[in-house]
Write a protein that binds this ligand. Structure first.
Ligand code: UDP
Ligand code: MG
Length: 317
């Protein structure tokens, strides 16, 4: 059992981007769920990630009537990862639970997570055991990503675990120490480690609105994840080049012997072209990979803030 002050404070963190249709429902469900847990106090930190609909107005209205709700307004859309970071930075709870605004991850699970936390876990992961509400394409690409990432990098990201999880204050403080601007949260969460427990659930379909993540966004997200935690894509070229050179050398010996023995042959135009094109493309791919990493170094080196907050709304005394 954890030794904690009376009634620990649980911080819920939720990023909102054009979620106008679901704000009220989110708040109602969340407040109801948390009020059912008599042993805990709670706060909800809502981050409006530059919504272009009335999400912000609705959130502000809620924060005026409920002092447990704090709203951070971003100056523009910065993306889900910065929004979550901002929200987590603003929490003061003994534990923090990030959860999406669309309630695809069931708040009802929070009770179970809190139980594991009280039993001593510092991180409680919520694992999706059934993702049938996600499309087939999303499920398979997600699986491929986890496999690839975990093979390439020393860091193991647990499969089918999203951002919905519980983190103890020590974990949150550890996360805050990671200075990088490009925040692949799943990776960062895994990187900090700590004593971890898992609860399982079935992911629901989105209630209102559409997913904010297109295929292209997810592809870039995947590249972000892999480049953040693995140098394999950078290093592999040494070996590809080495093997290529070895083949080239053997082939050269063969050609020289052939020329000496049989004299000069008909020029091999086609094979020459294929080889040149092949290695030319390899070099371009390799340059592209270098570019991915150098671009990231460039952005990191700028040290720009991760997000800008226009205003903070709270009716807390
Ligand atoms: N979100 C955000 N900024 C963005 C995109 C999404 O804050 O640029 C929020 C969104 O409002 C939601 C959460 O991130 O609360 C997850 O988004 P979504 O449900 O579209 O993702 P999916 O469930 O499809 O992975
Ligand atoms: Mg969703």
């Amino acid at each position: 059992m954890k030794d904690m002050a009376q009634r620990p404070l649980v911080s819920i963190v939720t990023p909102f981007f054009n979620e106008g249709g679901g704000v009220k429902h989110f708040y109602q469900v969340m407040a109801q769920t948390m009020e059912k847990l008599p042993d805990f106090d709670f706060e909800i930190v809502c981050v409006d990630d530059g919504s272009r609909d009335n999400t912000l107005e609705q959130l502000i209205a809620i924060s005026k009537t409920d002092p447990r709700v704090t709203v951070l307004e971003f100056s523009r859309n910065f993306g889900k990862e910065p929004a979550m970071t901002a929200g987590i930075d603003a929490t003061s709870g003994d534990c923090v639970i990030p959860i999406d605004a669309d309630l695809q991850d069931p708040p009802a699970l929070i009770a179970e997570m809190l139980k594991k936390w009280q039993e001593g876990a510092e991180v409680v992961l919520a694992k999706r055991v059934d993702r049938s509400t996600d499309s087939y394409a999303k499920r398979t690409t997600a699986l491929m990503f986890y496999r690839l990432h975990n093979t390439l990098s020393g860091l193991q990201i647990p499969e089918n675990v999203g951002d919905f999880r519980l983190m103890d204050r020590v974990v949150v403080d550890a996360l805050k120490q990671l200075p990088e601007r490009q925040r692949f949260m799943k990776g960062l969460f895994a990187w900090v480690g700590f004593k971890t427990a898992t609860v399982e659930y079935v992911r629901d379909a989105r209630l209102v609105g559409d997913s904010k993540f297109s295929g292209w966004k997810l592809w870039n997200f995947a590249i972000e994840g892999i480049t953040s935690f693995s140098l394999v894509p950078l290093k592999v070229w040494t070996y590809v080049g080495g093997i290529g050179a070895l083949f080239a050398f053997c082939y050269a010996v063969l050609v020289i012997i052939k020329t000496l023995v049989f004299g000069i042959d008909v020029p091999g135009y086609a094979s020459l072209l294929v080889v040149i094109l092949f290695f030319g493309s390899l070099q371009l791919i390799c340059l592209g990979v270098l570019g991915e990493y150098i671009g990231r170094i460039y952005f990191e080196s700028k040290q720009r803030p991760l997000y800008l907050i226009r205003k903070r709304y709270s009716s807390k005394a």
